[in-house]
Write a protein of this length. Structure first.
Length: 413
């Protein structure tokens, strides 16, 4: 052995199996070939004995999911703008996310499952329930089939069988809803039908249908932008049977009836904090069709504009007003109306078929006295009789007409 030379030296090599890398480091001298052969045999034996293949073949081990299984069925997707044929980077069951700005909650989304597309910065969720927070911290609850939002934005879109319940119990349904938290605004485009309504504390029931909706939470204002059908149902007390001496007990009191007012217009603005609704028509309409139409059980009316106060009707004197080019016509009473109204003044057989109609610039509907106050060149017509004056009070449950500064005349046959 030469002085200064070691009889030992080092060597290393790498081996891979099933994605694992083994590094072997050995030393040897003159018996290097035998040592090297022994080390290799030992390493190979360990690799075979400890191979992860046995674990992979274990039926109790978690199964691998093929990426294609994460592809969503496009035919079942109702949300728009979802990447087609693209595998999401993440799929999350029992998804729960809260959107906040400077620790202020904007909305909270819960979903059965959500898919995250990092490249598009998009989250698509299924079977969703969202909580929308207004400036006062009150919550509007919205459910739907699917939801979508962009990670770099705050707007939340909900698709399919959308049902929203507002803090006061007011509800609406549609196939789409978009919440813009920066403006605290709910928006439904005009291509979607919206149905809504709710019961007031005094028992009145509001229902409406429109094409689209805009709701500014901060101002408590709802805009129905197109094709509005609005109804207000007010309970009417039923007659109570009078007990008589030596007579059988009276029948139970009948259920209250509803008097329904229906209003049709192109456009409506509802001030929810004031309980006012304003109805108008599009200025682009021909003049002869530019009328808001009001229907009640015994009356139909048309005018250029109309306002409705749907507050507590027991405390409101004038609950509805028609403006400009007003036309009011009586219609035949239904059996339900007759059963729950005061009897009209008795008429002879020649007058029973005649129904009044009136024109004016303004008509105020008085719910407590059941009269209509006509002003602005009012005129009332019945058969060949015409009544004019400064102000006319039209009693709806009788044939009485009160006139200020009357100028009545009759035209002969």
């Amino acid at each position: 052995m030469a002085t200064g030379h070691s009889i030992f030296h080092r060597f290393r090599f790498r081996m891979r199996r099933h994605g694992q890398e083994f590094v072997v480091l050995a030393t040897g001298g003159r018996f290097r070939p035998l040592l090297l052969t022994g080390v290799i045999v030992l390493v190979v034996t360990q690799m075979v004995a400890l191979s992860p293949a046995q674990l992979e073949e274990n039926p109790s081990a978690p199964a691998l999911i093929e990426p294609e299984a994460l592809l969503q069925e496009e035919s079942d997707t109702v949300a728009t703008g979802i990447p087609k044929g693209k595998i999401p980077e993440y799929s999350v069951d029992e998804f729960d996310y809260v959107s906040t700005v400077e620790s202020v909650k904007q909305w909270h989304l819960i979903a059965e499952r959500a898919f995250l597309f990092n490249e598009n910065k998009l989250v698509h969720a299924r079977r969703v329930k969202a909580f929308l927070f207004d400036p006062d911290g009150k919550t509007t609850v919205v459910t739907g089939k699917e939801a979508k939002y962009f990670m770099n934005q705050r707007d939340l879109e909900i698709f399919g069988e959308v049902h929203a319940i507002f803090p006061d119990g007011f509800e609406l349904t549609s196939e789409y809803l978009r919440y813009q938290p920066n403006e605290r605004k709910i928006e439904i485009p005009v291509q979607h039908i919206v149905n809504g309504g709710g019961k007031q504390s005094d028992g009145q029931v509001i229902r409406f249908q429109s094409m689209g909706l805009d709701f500014a939470m901060a101002h408590s204002k709802i805009v129905l932008p197109k094709g509005v059908q609005f109804s207000l149902a007010r309970p009417q007390p039923a007659a109570v049977p009078v007990a008589r001496e030596h007579a059988p007990a009276p029948a139970p009191r009948l259920k209250e009836k509803e008097e329904v007012t229906t209003i049709q217009s192109d456009h409506c603005v509802i001030e929810r904090d004031k309980q006012l609704a304003h109805f108008t028509m599009f200025s682009t309409r021909p003049l002869d069709t530019r009328f808001v139409r009001i229907t009640q059980p015994t009356m139909i009316s048309r005018s250029r504009r109309a306002d409705l106060n749907y507050g507590d009707y027991t405390k409101i004197l004038q609950y509805m007003t028609a403006h400009e080019d007003v036309l009011i016509k009586e219609v035949a009473e239904t059996d339900d109306r007759l059963a729950n109204s005061k009897p009209r003044k008795k008429q002879d057989s020649s007058e029973q078929h005649s129904l009044r109609y009136a024109t004016s610039s303004r008509a105020d509907f008085d719910s407590r006295r059941d009269i209509i106050v006509l002003s602005g060149f009012p005129q009332v017509y019945q058969d060949n009789d015409t009544v004019t004056g400064d102000v006319i009070l039209l009693h709806r449950d009788t044939d009485i007409v009160e006139v200020e500064n009357s100028n009545a005349f009759s035209q002969g046959n």
